[in-house]
Design a protein around this ligand. Structure first.
Ligand code: FCB
Length: 467
């Protein structure tokens, strides 16, 4: 007897269920521009990118894709793609410039208008409260290694939830706290550019605490009650060989990349091996009584961002590193296979691995793929067309992996492509293009790439077309 999973087609047809959410994602600092308008003050990314030597070509997000002034055009592009959902983030220093005190109404008005425009077009807003742009004044007061920053985040959450809690249903507290903590405070390649491994561990805990506090605020403030989520860039960690030493390297990276967030949020503790591995840096006394109960307040779904797998072996890697205390135990090995323009190996099995792991470890937690996509060296040809067959191949392979994971029982409710628009790719500036829509940054002209038409077709039919 053969069995089929309802709503999910089998082998030959890659079809998604009717309620599957089809989105695209962006982040405030990467697209908005208008850095000094309507009362916005610098975030750590403004300060960092304006510091020579931090971002490729000296690029900053001052203008970016100027989405602040092209919002309606951009929502129209989303409607043209047939998106059911749009994931964006709010710029903290646009709505609460110093990270304290009352909200600036003009800043909130921008997001009110965006949300209303989305709703008018039948697109569900998925709002991320923190995508790495801490108000500079809070960094000056110590940043995420400072416990008070979590409290400040709870206050900010309340301001945004009061303004939008009646019409935004899906809320994400944090995007990729791993990057905020470890790229920002340990390796220093992201804002605020600090190289303090112990501070990075504190930052991770305070980001977790901020998440938990925000969950409480969102539950109290939103009407009807929000769907509350968190987005993690979980690593698909693979040991290079079956040796015990490589397995131990993988365990260490899994602790620092994945379990440092999954354990407190879903299980209410930090793992003993994580504490032991980092004991030379900290005794973890920054974790106070009661913190873990706050951090483990239930969420309604988990967002996963996935790009490429992480292959590790026993060995060492140079400092500075985003892996506190792991430098003498772990070597990172490039995975084989084709690469994107980021030099990231293309390997869709990693997404399947992450989703099926969560199926096993977090039964009952709906999953959303909140970012997945690829950068390629796209350009408009003389006829004004942007042909990006590699991106289409990447997306197809990863959507197939999502489908396979769903057929294997993973409760995946949606897929958000990174990104709607070419944008400011953090330390790479404008040199890397992830968009479905090409942006000419000189003229701000938007041109949907071939992949945009391909994705619109997938969304319309809920099915991958034959190759
Ligand atoms: C993720 C970030 C996102 C984007 C992609 C490429 O880590 O969340 O802002 O830069 O990588």
């Amino acid at each position: 007897m053969t069995t089929t999973t309802p709503d999910i087609a089998t082998a030959s047809e890659v079809t998604f269920p009717p309620a599957f959410r089809w989105g695209a994602a962006t982040a405030a600092y990467q697209i908005e521009g208008a850095a000094d308008e309507d009362g916005r003050t610098p975030s750590i990314w403004d300060t960092f990118s304006r510091t020579p030597g931090t971002v490729r070509n000296g690029d900053t997000g001052d203008i970016a894709a100027d989405h602040y002034h092209h919002m309606r055009e951009d929502v129209a592009l989303m409607a043209g793609l047939g998106l059911t959902d749009y994931r964006f983030s709010v710029s903290w220093s646009r709505v609460q410039p110093t990270g304290r005190g009352p909200a600036v109404q003009k800043g909130l008005d921008f997001y009110r208008a965006l949300v209303d425009e989305l709703l008018a077009k039948g697109i569900r807003p998925v709002l991320t409260l923190y995508h790495w742009d801490l108000p500079q004044e809070l960094e000056d007061a110590g940043g995420w290694p400072q416990r008070d920053t979590a409290q400040r985040f709870a206050e900010y959450t309340e301001l945004v939830a009061q303004a939008l809690g009646d019409r935004v249903r899906t809320w994400t507290t944090l995007n990729e706290p791993w990057c905020a903590a470890f790229l920002g405070y340990a390796e220093g390649v992201h804002a605020p550019g600090r190289r303090e491994p112990e501070a990075a561990l504190r930052a991770a805990h305070h980001l977790n605490l901020a998440h938990g506090l925000a969950v409480g605020v969102l539950r109290e403030t939103t009407r009807p009650s929000a769907e509350v989520s968190l987005t993690l860039n979980l690593a698909a960690v693979r040991p290079l060989t079956g040796s015990a030493a490589d397995a131990d390297a993988a365990r260490r990276v899994d602790a620092l990349a994945n379990r440092i967030f999954l354990d407190p949020v879903f299980r209410g503790h930090y793992a003993a091996d994580l504490r032991a591995d980092t004991a030379q840096l900290t005794d973890w006394s920054f974790v106070r009584d009661g913190d873990l109960a706050v951090i483990s307040r239930p969420v309604d779904s988990l967002g996963i961002n996935y790009y490429t797998p992480t292959v590790v072996a026993a060995g060492s890697h140079p400092l500075p590193s985003p892996w506190p205390a792991a430098q003498d135990h772990v070597r990172f090995v490039p995975a084989p296979g084709p690469r994107t323009a980021m030099d990231w190996p293309v390997d869709a099995d990693g997404l399947y691995e992450v989703l099926t792991r969560l199926r096993d470890e977090l039964p009952g937690t709906p999953l959303l793929v909140t970012e997945n996509g690829a950068a390629y060296d796209d350009y408009a040809d003389p006829a004004g067309q942007v042909h990006d067959p590699e991106r289409i191949a990447y997306l197809r392979a990863h959507l197939e992996a999502v489908h396979r994971a769903m057929a294997a029982g993973a409760d995946v409710r949606g897929y958000f492509l990174w990104s709607l628009l070419d944008n400011f790719e953090w330390a790479y500036g404008y040199s890397k293009r992830f968009g479905l829509v090409h942006v000419d940054f000189a003229s701000q002209r938007r041109t949907p790439k071939d992949s945009a038409r391909w994705y619109a077709d997938v969304v319309a039919h809920r099915r991958l077309p034959h190759a």
